[in-house]
Design a protein. Sequence first.
Length: 154
Amino acid sequence: MVISASAALAEVKRGPVTNLPMPRFVSLKASKANVRRGPSLTHRIDWIFKRRDMPLVVTAEHGHWRRVQDRDGAGGWVHYSLLSGNRTVIVQADMLPLNLRPEPNTPASAQLELGVVANLGTCGADWCKISAGGYKGWARKSDIWGVAETEIRD
């Protein structure tokens, strides 16, 4: 099951363990995280996430375990200690311009390559302020993954 960014936060439910909104975006705190088939150490490791700060969406909670998905829908159960509330996004458009203002056709401070992970700042209806590699600017929500279409951040 693939969760789109728009659907990810559309229906706000609460997690049974944390009482935080579900689904919700988080990032990978560790540089390596085992992704398991179920919520315990006895479950088989299906694969390993190896990208620190990668944005993920939490879709379920069970004790100290969180079921997560990446932008491609790959995921499984990860121990909560490997996740961070620090918000990041991944660039989905090649040579994404970082505009100086949240408006089309404004000067760009930099361009980000496809797949770059950036820190997420404030977001309006259509634009978010992001930063990566010492550069910061505004990007369209439709060009990044890790924030819901309807999400507003101050």
